[in-house]
Ligand binder design. Structure first.
Ligand code: SAM
Length: 236
């Protein structure tokens, strides 16, 4: 049988483009099939219009499970990766969540439905400005943004219950671990010696840090001026 990959069945020879609602429903089905079972996460994905977070030229592919270019050499992550990371982060409605790597703003927007406030840092100003405009258009008001090197975290904002790094690091930043509240959890993709990236989950306990390796990932690299003092944090 000749199946169409996208779009509704042709009527009178004309292919009718699927509505964003229909394609979003299809994405939800795919996420369920791929093993995402957390209903709160699925509901947050359903409420977040991914087509608003991709460049116009890719809008008809917004609900495919694929990473897409967003400019500045960066990408919006695959929805299945966003859903998996969100489920593993296990945010709670009273929690403060720090995201490193705003990119398009999609992951941060999904998190807004699941926690008290999202703090998100992006090093590329043009990407951050576009993400901020999207947050405003969608009236997502529980997000605070910052342009800078996320590797330094956001010490002035206080401790975070959850930290999510959405770019691949060479090692776990102790600066970020220090910004986790007790009982707090951090997810970070780490490039290991065998060249493979793996998602690592760290939990801060009263006696130290527990580390669990979750699964292989494929993120763009985390880029940072790790050793220089952050001008925004240094008192004048
Ligand atoms: N979370 C994003 C989304 O939902 O679209 C996708 C993140 S993209 C895979 C990784 C992002 O991390 C890029 O936008 C990149 O510019 C940013 N990034 C890389 N190194 C960074 C750093 N040191 N501080 C802040 N952002 C960084």
């Amino acid at each position: 049988m000749n199946r169409k990959r996208r779009g509704a069945a042709p009527r009178g020879g004309v292919e009718v483009p699927p509505t964003p609602g229909a394609t979003r429903a299809r994405l939800l089905m795919m996420l369920r099939r791929s093993g995402v079972i957390d209903e709160k996460v699925l509901a947050a994905v359903e409420r977040t219009p991914r087509d608003a977070f991709v460049p116009a030229v890719f809008r008809d592919r917004a609900y495919e499970d694929t990473a897409l270019p967003i400019g500045s050499g960066q990408t919006i992550s695959r929805p299945s990766v966003v859903a998996f990371m969100t489920a593993m982060l296990a945010p709670g409605l009273r929690m403060r969540v720090l995201e490193i790597g705003t990119g398009s703003g999609y992951q941060a927007a999904v998190l807004t439905w699941l926690c008290r406030r999202v703090y998100t840092i992006e090093r590329h100003r043009p990407l951050l400005s576009e993400a901020e405009a999207r947050f405003q258009r969608l009236r997502l008001t529980n997000i605070t943004t910052r342009c800078g090197d996320g590797v330094r975290g956001w010490p002035r904002a206080g401790l975070f219950d959850r930290i999510l790094v959405t770019a691949a690091a060479d090692d776990v930043s102790s600066v970020l671990v220090d910004q986790l509240a007790e009982g707090g959890r951090m997810l970070v993709p780490i490039r290991e010696h065998d060249g493979v990236q793996r998602l690592v989950c760290l939990t801060r306990t009263d006696s130290g840090v527990e580390v669990e390796t979750l699964r292989e990932t494929s993120f763009v690299p985390l880029v940072g001026a790790y050793d220089e003092p952050d001008p925004q944090e240094v008192a004048p």
